[in-house]
Design a protein around this ligand. Sequence first.
Ligand code: TXA
Ligand code: MG
Length: 327
Amino acid sequence: METEVLRTDPAAPDPAVIERAAELLRTGGLVAFPTETVYGLGANALDPAAVRGIFAAKGRPSSNPLIVHVADPSQIANVAAEWPETARRLAERFWPGPLTIVVPKKPGIPDEVTAGGETVAVRCPNHPVARALIAEAGVPVAAPSANRSTELSPTRAEHVLRGLGGSIDLILDGGPCPGGIESTVVDVTGDVVRLLRPGLVTVPMLEAVVGAVDLASRERELPVPVARSPGQMAKHYSPRTPLRLVDGEDITDDHLEATAAGKRVRSLLLYGPTAMPADPTGYAAELYSRLHELDAAGLDLILVEAPPDTPEWAAVRDRLTRAAARE
Ligand code: TXA
Ligand code: MG
């Protein structure tokens, strides 16, 4: 199929463009759209055939469930069977925004969305294009990141086109995604809130709202082939070029050594004129875009200076660790 690309102002989405994309979603099509985290690949979450199309386009294992996106919190009742008190407080504080909440699912949510499970992941995004699209479609929208399975997530329309061009109906080009890495995912079905994927909503931010968050279970499940949150598979978010995470004091030596061995190598540093932003939010916003660029540069090796081991950097470190995993 031919993939159409339509541009729209991210701040003031063009109604005609949104209407065309919403119509495609309502009739079973696949539409990539910008969110405040990364581009998503959307389908009507209530249409099993359309949802199967997402898995086919991405080459994603059917055991990995999808996030259901809603336009505003009032739509939750159509997706979740229960909305625990912790979910209510987290949504009140962080929605619309980069937090995904796992809750018991409504019977009407197809097995394709939840990978046959009894829970569903719900998120209310905070990007004007995403919100306008979901509201206009009038249905909840299942959307994983708009990349082929295990590859880097897209933060620009051209990343989506490179990975999925020819396999999806439409890409809404709303420019670069401001957040740059995927949402934080929490499970609120147990006694304590469990972190399934770190993100821009950090653990200290979560704990300020719901008290202690369980991180240990996440460690225990890493890495697993079919996990409760299979985005935790070790190899994920990877460039094709080998990538190594290195401590700051070693990176110059490693770079010289690789060069001496005849390798074409580039280093992503934390300090210096060509360095990445030295704060976690700025770093996250640029990370995938820089990795997409380096990956297209025909290198033998990418060296990345490891950011500090603090809660604020946890999400960035998580993505870098996965990018470095070769299995
Ligand atoms: O920022 C984001 O979350 C982006 C944008 C498009 O919203 N979406 C995204 O989707 O990153 P995806 O499919 O690439 O990652 C969703 C993660 C996966 O790790 C998946 O296993 C987990 O959420 N997940 C989805 N449903 C789940 C469920 N019912 N229980 C546990 N984990 C779930
Ligand atoms: Mg993904």
